[in-house]
Design a protein around this ligand. Sequence first.
Ligand SMILES: [Zn+2]
Length: 105
Amino acid sequence: MSSNYGHQFDLAIWHLNHEFKPDPPIHIYTVPLPVLTKYHGSCTVGDATLSRVRIARGMSIERAVDCLVHEYAHVIHLRENPTARIEHSDAWGVIYSRCYRAVFD
Ligand SMILES: [Zn+2]
């Protein structure tokens, strides 16, 4: 998989996938910035086959990886807690910290 942001971004994806081994896989896309006017990333957790993260293009690599880690944590959280109502709950935070360590430690 190769992204708009290059090696550092792709390596972050690799570390996240290595940590969580999502099955089915999470699809990561970079999209033109105007698609995401308010937020710079978004995610969808659909049926068992379709989970995707969208990250806006045109940011710094640091910001892009931050967004990736944040949105990836949402996908893992929603897969584990399909009825979760609070977006940034304590449970999400625990998963986010695992994502953070996988990429930045
Ligand atoms: Zn969020």
